[in-house]
Ligand binder design. Structure first.
Ligand code: ADP
Ligand code: MG
Length: 253
């Protein structure tokens, strides 16, 4: 069995406009890969295609998770099989408390007939909230409803910690965070780094990668990965901007 998340020559459209134009990359288990790219390059489109968002149509190519076809799975199955997406714009779910949401998600992972241990669940959730500097009052509040931008992003990371995914995609989890919150979130991610887990960290800015140091950096421009390198590539991008990369690519094309 291949221990990786592999995206192969992925083409995807929204409203019949092609956004992903042959995107390929592989995240082996145990590694943290970053995707950087200008606004509108297709970063969130990739994330949403992986999660199974119905607005996006895959026209060719594929995605496998440890050898299994991700795109053949229903959305809930993707999650139960170990895929997780932290949204760039987390949804609010009025009427569903944060604690009940997480509990239901965990319950759904248990074999039929098995009941979640509520005491152990709350103990674990509180410990993780403490790690993220989240007040206990967030357990009783509706999921993300009226949360600030930064609170929503922390809540996404709490979900990730509680669901313990094999492959986690974080879509601009740094946006809306001040530097202290960014450090807390990065610590949470770093604590989850493991030989049994892969991360794909999507970001527009290099700043996050000072705290979550990636093994590999991919640059996404216009629906394709145009350059792959190590963490220094992120610094280079910071220095020269995305225009520098575009010029470089045109010069070598
Ligand atoms: P990024 O996350 O890199 O900023 P996106 O993946 O959000 O970029 O968007 C890529 C392109 O696809 C943009 O031109 C955007 O307007 C378009 N797009 C994304 N989602 C939709 C949608 N649901 N309907 C129409 N256009 C969309
Ligand atoms: Mg985006």
């Amino acid at each position: 069995m291949s221990d990786n998340l592999t995206i192969s020559n992925l083409h995807a459209t929204v409203d019949e406009t092609e956004i992903l134009k042959g995107l390929s990359l592989t995240v082996p288990k145990g590694e943290v890969h970053a995707i950087m790219g200008p606004n509108g390059s297709g970063k969130s489109t990739l994330a949403k295609v992986m999660a199974g968002h119905e607005d996006y149509e895959v026209t060719s190519g594929g995605i496998t998770m440890d050898g299994a076809e991700l795109l053949d799975m229903d959305i809930d199955e993707r999650s139960r099989e170990g895929f997780f997406l932290a949204f760039q714009y987390p949804l609010e779910i009025p009427g569903v408390s944060n604690a009940n949401f997480l509990r239901a998600a965990r319950q759904a992972r248990l074999p039929k007939g098995e009941e979640i241990d509520a005491v152990a669940f709350y103990k674990e959730m509180y410990a993780k909230m403490d790690e993220l500097g989240m007040d206990r009052k967030f357990t009783g509040r509706s999921v993300n409803e009226g949360f600030s931008g930064g609170e929503k992003k922390r809540n996404e990371v709490l979900q990730m910690m509680m669901l313990d995914p094999t492959y986690a995609v974080l879509d601009e989890t740094d946006s809306g965070l001040d530097i202290d919150a960014l450090k807390v979130v990065a610590q949470g991610v770093n604590a989850m780094r493991s030989p049994d887990r892969g991360f794909l960290v999507i970001t527009h800015y290099q700043r996050l990668l000072d705290y979550i140091v990636p093994d590999v950096v991919h640059v996404l421009v216009d629906g394709r990965i145009v350059k792959t390198g190590d963490k220094d590539l992120a610094l280079e991008l910071e220095e020269n901007g995305y225009d520098g990369i575009k010029e470089e690519i045109l010069a070598t094309a």
